[in-house]
Ligand binder design. Structure first.
Ligand code: 13P
Ligand code: ZN
Length: 300
């Protein structure tokens, strides 16, 4: 038996006694669990989540915790190292999708496809307190989720609660045509669709290809998300933050739409990179002025 299977066996055995049909059914009815399911469903319907592609997490607030705590397992799983240490996340609870779980099943079956994890007092390990029924474990990107939550929590004064990782087609395709450079990518997205600068006036961050689920990717993503609400992963997808489900989902949707429009326009003129018409820096500045946007001037 391999290390992971062994560990999974330990998790299952640790939680068996505590699993009750009554508690898991009731937990599924809570508002934040339903909102989480809807976000995953919306992403599935837009083609963002082939197979088990993508994952998501939600940082519970005090009232969420109060509403769900009575449904927690009597005996949580054992602690499992995160691979990163995030002191800002000590003692927090996250609703997360499970590794290998299909996001199309989260809405209909949250208790198997997702679960709530508690972060240790040192911010360096997780344990399952609810859900992930049947031997599940948190997403392989759990390190990136916890590290990025730590950063976004800090830079937004605690407002940011959602992280959403998706695999949108157009955006992934675009990253095979442009360098892994935040300014270059942001300018293409801003200049292709008028609403882009309104949706992400700070621009989007970008990382060159890295091994999925790795601690290096988790740490690099958290660094990028100190400055940006979203981080594009080259030839992989996007990792986006928001105060709520609509915010995180809408950001991914807006980024992918701009990528799609750019690619369509480029293809329609035979593939050449320079499009005859696009939104100028002066237009971007005028929009920022009209809508009082915190425009990232470094990208003009
Ligand atoms: P998980 O199934 O472990 O969440 O992995 C999916 C994914 O998109 C990894 O980047
Ligand atoms: Zn992925």
């Amino acid at each position: 038996m391999g290390f992971l299977e062994d560990m999974q066996g330990t998790l299952d055995r640790g939680m068996t006694a505590a699993r009750g049909a009554v508690s898991t059914v009731a937990g599924e009815q809570l508002g934040f669990v339903r909102g989480f399911g809807r976000m995953c469903q919306d992403g599935w319907e837009l083609g963002y989540h082939e197979r088990n592609g993508g994952n998501a997490s939600y940082r519970l607030c005090d009232s969420d915790l109060a509403s769900v705590q009575s449904f927690f397992y009597d005996t949580p799983s054992s602690w499992v190292p995160l691979g990163v240490t995030v002191p800002e996340m000590a003692g927090e609870y996250l609703l997360v999708t499970g590794s290998g779980k299909f996001l199309r099943n989260v809405q209909s079956n949250p208790v198997e496809s997702a679960g709530i994890i508690e972060i240790s007092a040192q911010g360096d390990a997780w344990r399952i307190v609810w859900g992930l029924k049947g031997g599940g474990r948190p997403t392989s990107e759990v390190g990136a989720h916890v590290a990025a939550h730590g950063v976004r929590k800090g830079v937004t004064g605690g407002k940011a609660r959602v992280l959403y990782h998706a695999h949108p087609n157009a955006l992934i395709a675009l990253t095979s045509l442009v360098p892994a450079d935040a300014r270059t990518l942001t300018r293409l997205l801003w200049s292709s669709v008028t609403e882009s600068v309104i949706a992400f006036p700070g621009g989007v961050g970008m990382l060159a290809w890295m091994v999925p689920g790795s601690s290096d990717l988790a740490q690099a993503t958290a660094r990028v998300m100190r400055d940006f609400e979203a981080c594009v992963w080259q030839l992989h997808g996007v990792f986006a933050s928001g105060e709520d489900f609509d915010g995180a989902f809408g950001l991914v949707n807006a980024i992918d739409k701009a990528a799609d429009v750019y690619l369509r326009a480029r293809a329609a003129q035979g593939g050449a990179a320079n499009l005859p018409y696009s939104i100028s820096d002066a237009d971007l500045r005028a929009t920022a002025l009209a809508y009082d946007l915190p425009l990232n001037e470094d990208f003009l």
